[in-house]
Design a protein around this ligand. Sequence first.
Ligand SMILES: [Zn+2]
Length: 172
Amino acid sequence: MIYEIKKYGSDVLRDKAKDVEKIDDEIKEILDNMVETMYETKGVGLAAPQVGIGKRMFVCDKGDGVVRKVINPKITPLTDDLAECEEGCLSVPGIYKKVRRPEKIKIEYTNIDGESVVEELDDFLAIIMQHENDHLDGVLFVDRVSPIAKRMISRKLQAMKRETRKTEQVEE
Ligand SMILES: [Zn+2]
């Protein structure tokens, strides 16, 4: 099943997501649907809040066909060095801006089989994981761009927010 992606202006994108307590069939199905939705929309990552589900989990594939289903992640930077990368987001369509993030991280999470996984990453996947993890705390990449870039996109974001609010009201 393909989920509808929540867009900038939707409240669920700003909420702090809750820990996944138990990996049951429902959680597995949601994660499967998220993977399907990620591929359908040509994304490299998708977090549960982006499809309106306030749980701490995301899926990603940096482009090599290896899917990760990440549950209750915890990220620790392993360096003060920052990597700058142009980012976009399925929830903020049409906007691409540079963001600086720690270039090397450790991520600890639970996989779909309930096993603890620890990975140290310093490639594109490290950037994706940090971007997706932000979603679980209600943070969007546009919050992390430079002040100049922020000014450049502020009108577009305001318009997007108005549009989202309007659409969500109609749906209610
Ligand atoms: Zn995103």
